[in-house]
Design a protein around this ligand. Structure first.
Ligand SMILES: Nc1ncnc2c1ncn2[C@@H]1O[C@H](COP(=O)(O)OP(=O)(O)OP(=O)(O)O)[C@@H](O)[C@H]1O
Ligand SMILES: [Mg+2]
Length: 296
């Protein structure tokens, strides 16, 4: 296994002829926390969408753990250890917290999903579906064992968030506060122990106390060695948790370096402030965030 978890080369995506991501190249090494920052519309989310298989690049390659994964679909990527959260939060509203987090483990299930590989062959898809139905009805010991392991993993993930999620684990996600829905989504992405976790503005819409809590959870993950690629507008958080920061503007990378290097880079100050020079990047108020809090 290489120390380079992700190598992105010349990644390009145009929408209607306009470049959203325009030939970006960067890498993420094992145990690193790399953040992508940049003004609204600079191509941060499109980059994550290209890496996680939601979009196919027009040009460029994505190599994950030594394997070219360009254009692979999200569930195939989750199965090999690349998971993500979404900018606007995505949970299944009518499902419990437990079930939402369990979904994150589905690509890794073996006993409950026999012959899952055949799903990729359209004319043979009925075979794994039939096999899954049979094991769901019969529930052989291997499936029951896997269910117990899954339940333990889910509990472990919920424990990360103290008493935020555990007491509500049977509640439908739609009844949760905004912050708890976002926590559920993070727990789901972490459940399969990803080799690389992509986070798109995990604190968007959170108030300062909630943001601080997430920051400490990210720091705890970092201490555990979790490799992360983070998109975030809240620069205090970015500068605290990141080993390296990539700055995008108009689809291209305009700067890259340690938090201190990036903060001092004139091109970065220019991208954020236009002609209004003189303020440090860390002083810039985060955009895209509201002051919504927990409303339990
Ligand atoms: N599906 C799409 N169809 C057309 N244009 C798109 C699509 N997705 C993104 N874009 C455009 O691509 C550009 C980059 O968008 P992107 O969402 O990647 O920006 P971002 O850096 O994540 O911005 P923000 O900080 O506001 O989330 C924008 O001009 C956006 O309008
Ligand atoms: Mg975005």
């Amino acid at each position: 296994m290489t120390d380079r978890v992700l190598t992105v080369t010349e990644l390009t995506k145009h929408f209607d002829g306009l470049p959203a991501v325009d030939g970006t190249s960067f890498e993420v090494r094992e145990h690193e926390v790399v953040s992508i920052i940049g003004p609204n519309g600079s191509g941060k989310t499109t980059t994550l969408n290209l890496l996680s298989g939601l979009l196919r690049p027009q040009h460029g390659t994505v190599v994950f753990d030594g394997t070219d994964i360009t254009g692979r679909l999200p569930d195939a990527l989750a199965a090999i250890g690349l998971t993500r959260t979404f900018q606007n939060g995505r949970v299944f509203g009518t499902m419990s917290i437990d079930d939402n987090v369990t979904v994150g483990l589905t690509p890794k299930l073996r006993a409950a999903r026999p012959l899952a590989r055949l799903r990729r062959i359209p004319v043979l898809r009925w075979i794994p579906l039939l096999a899954e139905t049979v094991v769901a009805l019969v529930r052989p010991p291997s499936v029951r064992r896997e269910e117990r392991e899954t339940a333990q993993t889910v509990t472990g993930q919920l424990e990360r968030f103290g008493d935020r999620l555990l007491p509500r684990r049977s509640q439908e996600a739609a009844t949760l506060s905004y912050a708890n829905r976002r926590r559920t989504e993070i727990a789901r992405a972490l459940a399969p122990s990803p080799r690389l976790l992509l986070l798109d503005e995990p604190t968007a819409g959170m108030n300062p106390a909630e943001t601080d809590e997430v920051m400490h959870q990210l720091l705890a993950l970092k201490r555990d060695g979790q490799t992360m690629l983070l998109v975030e507008h809240k620069l205090d958080l970015v500068m605290t948790v990141s080993d390296r920061v990539i700055v995008m503007d108009h689809g291209v990378i305009i700067a890259e370096g340690t938090p201190a290097e990036v903060q001092a880079d004139p091109a970065v100050i220019e991208a954020y402030l236009g002609s209004r020079r003189g303020r440090a990047v860390a002083d810039i108020a985060p955009s895209g965030a509201t002051d919504e809090g927990d409303h339990e």
